[in-house]
Design a protein around this ligand. Structure first.
Ligand SMILES: [Zn+2]
Length: 243
């Protein structure tokens, strides 16, 4: 709810009013990003359209987990040509926790890749233009069809849990899970993605959390929270993937 101090508050308010007047509900679960400069990171995820091949310079992000096939990540270039404002970002030096969110917006039917890309770009625009942040707040996004999208580059600190952004990877599932149920495809992909990120960055299961487990918020919605509760339980899918 708090824009970066450099940002013109009057402009923020004006844009916020305009967005609200147009009926757009701004995602409710992000928090402020911080200043300080980081150099432009090298490629982490595949950035060729349609490519499943990870960038050779980043072997830690190879999108494979044992016995679970691959987690293909659609590159940022698939949904935006706009880069983060690097002067307003901090580097992500390591990852110690993973936090799951929903977008909390009015539900829409997201089926095609273009539908999802439009939604993600709308979220980025609201975070940058309305909240005054450097970029979309989250690092990885799961859509209802089970696709995974690269959002904020993973070596830049995110903006998704107020006061807990350092070393915290932000994973967004598109939808409002106070009123919707996550699709089976989204749940399956989310579990695999979380398992892959957990193994890649050596984040223990207990450090895979939801937004409401950090702060007082409805995010990620009661129905996604229910999935997270069950998948992390001792007999749950995510727990089994990490066993
Ligand atoms: Zn959230």
């Amino acid at each position: 709810m708090m824009p970066d101090p450099q940002h013109n508050r009057r402009a923020v308010l004006a844009k916020g009013v305009a967005l609200l007047a147009s009926g757009l509900t701004i995602p409710a679960c992000a928090s402020r990003s911080r200043s300080n400069t980081a150099s432009l990171p090298g490629p982490i995820w595949p950035h060729e359209k349609g490519s499943n091949t990870p960038a050779p310079s980043a072997p830690r992000t190879t999108p494979t987990i044992p016995s679970q096939g691959q987690v293909t990540v659609l590159a940022r270039s698939q949904w935006t040509n706009t880069q983060p404002i690097l002067s307003q970002t901090n580097p992500m030096v390591r990852i110690e926790s993973i936090t799951v969110h929903h977008d909390g917006m009015s539900p829409v039917d997201i089926r095609t890749q273009a539908d999802a890309a439009d939604r993600i770009e709308m979220i980025r625009t609201s975070h940058v233009e309305h909240r005054g942040w450097a970029d979309i707040g989250y690092h990885l996004i799961v859509d209802p069809q089970g696709r995974v999208w690269q959002a904020r580059p993973i070596n830049l600190q995110g903006a998704h849990v107020k006061d807990h952004n350092p070393r915290n990877l932000g994973v967004l599932v598109l939808g409002n899970f106070e009123v919707q149920h996550p699709t089976p495809a989204a749940k399956q992909t989310l579990d695999r993605l979380l398992a892959h990120q957990s193994l890649t960055h050596r984040v223990p299961l207990r450090s895979i959390r939801t937004h409401r487990e950090w702060a007082s918020t409805a995010c990620p919605g009661r129905n996604l929270q229910a999935h997270m509760n069950s998948t992390r339980a001792s007999a749950g899918n995510l727990a089994s993937l990490l066993a």
